[in-house]
Unconditional design. Structure first.
Length: 289
């Protein structure tokens, strides 16, 4: 039965890292202290900047009384180039990106095959359109055909960037302001919803510093799992901080997220639970020149 559970477990975790655009809504909870003014990006066509993102993941699994020790997935560092390609009349910008490098570090037995599959990440590029409140409306990306390592890395990159980004409320706000962001994605037959709360901690003429806390999450796997598997519960906890450059290129951010999943699996008249725990630490910032 243990081997039969692994595909279902892997599917659930893969969906959480899937490459999918999120539908986002923003609700202001508290406008904060005076003085108050709206937070808006101020895009200018032409500027470019390189960014570096680090991701570190650990995963543990329990099957009934059987416990599999915490496994560390090789830390992954990705470097990409970002550019403001054009700015529309409404202030929204077309932001272009190109993945320059991706490399896993650690035990060669683990990192060797992964780094071989990541060798062609230079061919990964894309774009997205972001409005002055940080809402993404459209985008596209190119992933090398047959390069699953690059595809998975880009999926993780997309998820991480959505978590590190911070859509702003429409209203004017001051220090201490709080707002709630709900992101909903549909991918692989599953519907995923995550709610985060942002607090404005600091502000300058060119940047804002925010505290972020994940307050709710849910997933409807629909047809994404086999009939004999069922998702019983899911809990996502964590948060971090992000300093947003209002020029719109590279935030300086760090997130620490813990995901717990409980699934049941029925076979030959028996039902058994599998518990998954995934801890992910990710950071992003301007690359050193």
């Amino acid at each position: 039965m243990f081997r039969s559970l692994l595909p279902a477990a892997a599917a659930a975790l893969a969906l959480l890292c899937a490459d999918a655009n999120a539908q986002t809504s923003v609700e202001l909870i508290d406008a904060g202290a005076a003085p108050q003014q709206p937070i808006r990006y101020r895009f200018v066509a032409g500027p470019s900047q390189n960014a570096v993102m680090d991701m570190y993941t650990q995963m543990a699994m329990n099957l009934g009384a059987m416990q599999i020790p915490m496994t560390s997935i090789p830390p992954l560092r990705m470097t990409m180039a970002m550019r403001v390609a054009e700015v529309a009349a409404d202030g929204s910008a077309r932001l272009e990106f190109a993945l320059l490098s991706a490399q896993a570090t650690g035990d060669l037995a683990l990192t060797g095959p992964l780094n071989q599959s990541l060798a062609n990440v230079k061919d990964v590029a894309g774009w997205y359109r972001m409005d002055t409140r940080g809402q993404i409306s459209e985008g596209d990306m190119n992933v090398p055909a047959g390069n699953e390592g690059a595809r998975e890395a880009l999926g993780s990159l997309n998820q991480a960037m959505q978590q590190l980004a911070a859509p702003f409320p429409a209203e004017a706000v001051g220090i201490g302001a709080r707002w709630r962001v709900v992101q909903k994605t549909a991918t692989g037959g599953a519907n995923i919803s995550q709610t985060a709360e942002y607090t404005l901690r600091a502000r300058t003429a060119t940047s804002v510093t925010l505290e972020v806390k994940i307050v709710d999450s849910s997933i409807d796997l629909g047809s994404a799992l086999p009939p004999e598997a069922k998702l019983e519960a899911m809990k996502v906890e964590g948060g971090g901080t992000t300093t947003m450059d209002l020029g719109g290129l590279v935030p300086t951010a760090a997130m620490d997220v813990n995901t717990q999943i409980i699934m049941s699996f029925s076979a030959q008249g028996q039902t058994q639970n599998i518990n998954l725990n995934m801890q992910m630490k990710q950071s992003m910032g301007p690359a050193a020149r």
